[in-house]
Each structure stands twice: as structure tokens, then as C-alpha cells.
Design a protein around this ligand. Sequence first.
Ligand code: NAD
Length: 492
Amino acid sequence: MDKARIDALVAQTVPPQGLFIGGAWHEGTARMAVTSPIDGRALTTIADASEADVDRAVKAARAAYASGRWSRAAPAERKKVLMRIAETIEARALELAVLGVRDNGTEIAMALKAEPGSAAATFRYYAEAIDKLSGEIAPTAPGTLGLVHREPVGVVGAIVPWNFPLMIGAWKLAPALAAGNSVVLKPSEVASLSLLKLAEICAECGLPEGVLNVVTGQGAVAGQALGLHMDVDVLVFTGSGGVGRRLLEYAARSNLKRVYLELGGKSPNVIFSDAPDLAQAAAVSAAGIFRNSGQVCVAASRLLVERKVQEEVTELLARAAEGMRVGNPLDPETQAGAIASEAQLARVQGFVDSATQEGARLVTGGQRILQETGGSFFAPTIFDGVAPRHRLSREEVFGPVLAITPFDTEEEAVALANDTDYGLAAAVWTGNLSRAHRMVSAIDAGVVHVNTYGGSDGTVPLGGHKQSGNGYDKSLHALNKYVNLKTAWIQL
Ligand code: NAD
């Protein structure tokens, strides 16, 4: 990674940002300050969209959709534009990554890969898919013809969180646009900058005006206005369960729009004593909870370990946590960056305090660090002796805090793994192939890793079971969210 180039990008001031509506920038009625979690300093200001601003964006999206310039463009045309977007994201990857890191504090090594890297791959994946998916001719009786058309839904509202804005934004935008929809995107107020830059890139690459609109602002105002809007056909969301519930209510109170939710997790990472390599299991498990300072939906936040290797695994994990380079996320050597906001840091501290009160044992970490930088940093933290009833076993922290719970048998491991309202991700470490398959089928989660944690790519779906959500991002399955099926029934 080019350190001099990073320094040059960091030296640039970020100008005040507007709302991107109908292909043009608008100041918006009010402004909000953006603070960098790296040093607590003001970075810039963004527009704080009102209900009227959101309405304007939805109207622009609807007008673009009705014009047919994108919705009825030949698939090969749409493919060309989305390919260009993928290439431009790739060409400007470092610029996008640095801007995002200044905004949300993710360590640059991870941000570069997960943000522009993954966003470019996502745009390319759906660009390539557009002209390869066909409708169906149904096996109907002679004398009749049943055709199944796949049509865009119309206007998609997308609301995304702050941990990986570009990656998650692309997971929504690329399939929605590929299918021919118009979109109104509401980034998190904590991290909007890279998605505003993406809007600029999309316009430069030839996406017709009004097809993508970006409204920044507060969830309770701009997000709510989008959720309640009568002319939004589908709402796609990644974020917390609490807000997900509200979106379902908004849909019920307005036009019954379809709502797809990608929510949080409390993911079990199960290490058996027959794991092929305990040192490797501990190292990967540490990365699985501490990278991006635990602000990862699939974070491996509950470690279930077979009692006979508990001491050894805990010791290995403690060493990994203490050896982790936490600090300035713009340093390519940093392994865990900042917590995205002071509010989130206070929440993490609250979980640590309650774990101690509930009787779990603090193994390492447990407090804010590097306060002299002005930034929001938290030490990688491990508790053991965490009981299933403890808050640390049940609630998502979204920070660098690991809960360790021992088990004795495979049955007990399955029961503990599934003793949660969530069902997003899981892992099992074992050298026994039959046990691996038994565990994959027994654990109720959207993804179960075996002898690894967190591996994935764009070809496989990501989605939650139980209260981790519904619907899938990534893979061809994600396209289903953005199309309506229409039957043409023809009497021959
Ligand atoms: P959040 O739910 O607080 O906010 C997410 C988005 O919702 C933001 O844009 C916010 O402005 C908006 N919002 C807030 N209140 C709203 C309201 N009343 N109406 C409409 N919109 C509203 O989540 P966060 O703190 O930004 O992100 C962390 C959460 O996201 C965690 O729970 C994490 O697990 C989850 N997440 C899930 C996945 C996944 O793929 N399942 C991926 C990343 C993050």
C-alpha cells in the first residue's frame, strides 16, 4: 500500500456534501457535522435531509423509472454502465477507501479489500448477470401458453449502516440497478461520505439522472420518511433489529411495501478439541471478533469451546488480543481501527461493565485506549465464564468483545449455539468430517463456516435466520428482491 499516497489523500479537505437528487447536488434544508473517529476532529458537514427532501428524491426516482431510460434500456446497455462503475471504483479504490476510513475508522488494510474491492466485484457480478437471466415458459396444458416475465419493482428505498457502507451499499444498489429499478439510498449519518462519492461515480459512468438518489440524514427523520413513503415499492435494509422492526411497522402503516432486513447477530464459533490446529483456530477466531473492532454483523462474538481445551484456547486468544495492533486506521500495519462513534464506544463500555457485574471473568482488555489521540479506540476484550443468561451471550455488542463459554458434549455445543434469537453466522472447528456435517445441519444460521471464519464471496448468499433478518444479499438469489414476477397467460 502506498503510504505517501494515503498521506496525500488525508491532507485533502473534504468539502461540504449535499443531497444527490435527480442527477444534481442540492444543499438540503439543514446540515449535520461529520466527526472523524480517528481524532475526534470535524471532517466536514453533510446535508440533514427533511421529509420534503426525501419526497423530492422519491419523485425523482419515480420520474426516472417512468421515463424508461434505465428501466426499459436493453440489458446489454445497463450492463455497460454497471461495468464502467465497477472499473471506476477499482481505479479510484484507494481514494474511496481513505475517505471511508476517515469517516468510520475501519483499518485501511481491511477497508481497501472490503469496501471498494468488494463494491467493484459486486457491480461487476450483477453487470455480468443482467443479460444471462431469462424468463420462463411454464409447462402448461396444450393450447395455452404461460410466460413468466421478471420485471423491475419500480422505486427501491435502501437504508444502510456505518460499518461497511460501500460494500453493503453496493450489495443493495448493484442488483437493484441491474434489474432496472430506480433507487433512493439513505446512508448512515455516521458514515455517508464514500456513498456520496459513489453517486458521483455512477453519474460520471452514465447512469441516467434520477436513477440513483442519495439522501443523507438522520434515521428518525430521513429514514422514517423513506420507510413511510407511499411511492416506495421495496425497502431493503441492513442495520439493527430495533430499526428493522420499525421498518416493518412503516410498511404496515403505509403502502405494504415489501421489506427485506439484514440484521445483527450473536454468532457462535464452536471449537472442538479435535480441531486440526488449535493455534490456527485461535488466530482466525481472534480476527473474527476483533477486525474492524468487532463492528461486523457476522462477528464471531460467542466462542464455545470444549472444556478440555478451554484453558489452552483462552490463553492463545488472550495472546492474540494483546498482540493486536490497535490504532490509527490509516496506518497500513494497523489490525483494528477505531469505533465509529463516541456513542457506540459508550455502548461497548456499557456491555463490558454489565458483564463484570453479572459475574463473567475479564481475561484481557475491557477499557478505552489511546485517549490521547482524541480518537475512539477500545482494547480487544475477552471474558470467560460467560453464562447463556448473561447479556454478553444474548445481545449484540457490535464492538471488540468476546464471550467464552465452555461445553462438554456435541449436543451441549449445538444447544448453546442455537440458544439465541439470532441466526446470522456460525463456525465449527473439527477434524471429524461427519461431525462437521452434523454441526452444519444442526446450527440454525445463514452461514456455517468449517475450520475457518468469515470467508465468503459474491457467489454465495448472505442472510439471516430467526431475528437476523429475511432475504439475501449477494449471489443471484439477491436479484429476487428487486423483481416482480408477471404471468402472461395466452390462449392459443
Ligand atoms: P442502525 O439500525 O442504528 O442504523 C442503520 C440505518 O438505519 C442507518 O442509516 C440509520 O440512519 C437508519 N435508521 C435509524 N433509525 C431509523 C428509523 N427510525 N427509521 C428508518 N431508518 C432508521 O444500525 P447501525 O448501528 O448503523 O449498524 C449496526 C447494525 O447493523 C448492527 O446490528 C449490525 O449487526 C447490523 N449489520 C447487519 C449486517 C448484515 O448483513 N446482516 C451487515 C452490517 C451491519
